[in-house]
Design a protein around this ligand. Structure first.
Ligand code: GLN
Length: 344
């Protein structure tokens, strides 16, 4: 071997050195196919190296991320890695892991790399067109289905306003077999994903999807809101009943526009802006919901809204100024007020 000859296209001294180390490794390992691999690494070494790298890139819970990426790659549950610490990764596996870890190091969300996440026990496919479902939102969905199952009607209906991946709508449909769900989103791309998710979770026939800007989308599909008529009473409107919902549920965008830039890169650069941006003060969607949702709610129906940290009082005020009766404000796992439940 001529150590003074630079390989074509490799310029820096480091690159030259790396090239020869690789050649040497191939020589040692007798693996001519593993040109990009230095030495065979074990599962444990791969986890440690990946975790180190991710930690340096500012990824939270870097070891957990490393384990989940490797488990995904090796198609085994994360815990099974622990029984395989000494297993040697093949050259192809090492290369693939390097690619995945590199993407995570660029702060692409783990869920985007893996392609799905778990929400209330449902597998939810994710991509750049919809917000990655958050654990806090599982609480909202759970409140929703707990309410729906108490309705004891042969058909209960719910509207998921701003469905994104479809996670809330799907969880409601799965947990409440008597429910027929409507799911609305402005983004056609998000709806395509939500439909796919409904099919994956075998509830597609009980979810109707609407594309458009708010309640107008439902109206334009021939749906009409309940017409309030104090004198005639609700019974006169039974023909319109099917256009009313037992539950209107939403996790709308609630970040103030100017704050989006301050969010962690996983959110700022990968969640769709439209799923985050709640207008100048972050509350635009609550004002719209408070003003418009009543017409689509059964008289004894409920509205359940998720919101951001510190927004509880403002949202309560918005709802009360539109004459909603606020029943409760619920906290998330870290005791932050997160969900408002109200009725007409
Ligand atoms: N409802 C969806 C979710 O909870 C989307 C929320 C959003 O886009 N803000 O994940």
């Amino acid at each position: 071997m001529n150590f003074h000859l630079s390989p074509i296209g490799v310029k820096s001294a480091d690159a030259v050195a790396n090239f020869w180390i690789k050649q040497l490794a191939i020589h040692i390992c007798g693996d001519a196919g593993g040109a990009a691999t230095l030495f065979p690494v074990t599962v444990l070494e791969a986890i440690q190296k990946s975790a180190d790298f991710l930690g340096k890139k500012g990824v939270e819970s870097s070891r957990l991320n490393a384990e989940l990426l490797l488990a995904h790659l090796l198609k085994m549950p994360r815990m099974k890695l622990y029984l395989n610490f000494e297993r040697t990764l093949t050259a192809a596996e090492t290369d693939s892991l390097r690619e995945l870890v590199k993407r995570r190091g660029q702060r692409e969300p783990l869920q985007h790399i893996i392609g799905s996440t778990n929400f209330c026990g449902c597998e939810i496919l994710v991509n750049r067109h919809a917000l990655v479902p958050r654990p806090e939102t599982e609480l909202l969905a759970e409140l929703g289905w707990n309410f729906l199952v108490t309705r004891h009607l042969s058909l209960v209906t719910a509207l998921d306003f701003g469905t994104g991946t479809g996670c809330i709508a799907i969880a409601l449909a799965v947990k409440c077999p008597a429910a027929k769900i409507s799911a609305l989103d402005f983004s056609a791309d998000a709806l395509a994903l939500a439909k796919q998710n409904a099919a994956v979770n075998k509830v597609a026939e009980r979810i109707e999807f609407f594309q458009g800007d708010g309640f107008a989308a439902i109206q334009s599909e021939g749906r009409v809101p309940r017409v309030p008529n104090q004198n005639a009473g609700d019974s006169c409107h039974s023909s319109l009943r099917k256009f009313e919902f037992d539950l209107i549920i939403s996790n709308p965008p609630y970040i103030a526009s100017a704050e989006i830039e301050t969010l962690q890169p996983e959110v700022r650069d990968f969640d769709p802006r439209a799923a985050l941006d709640g207008g100048a003060d972050g509350l635009d969607f609550y004002r719209r919901l408070a003003a418009e949702a009543k017409a689509f709610l059964k008289p004894d129906g409920k509205i359940m809204l998720e919101f951001g940290d510190g927004q509880a009082d403002a949202i309560k005020k918005i709802c009360e100024s539109e004459k909603w009766i606020v029943e409760s404000v619920q906290e998330d796992y870290s005791h932050r007020a997160r969900i408002l439940v109200a009725r007409r």
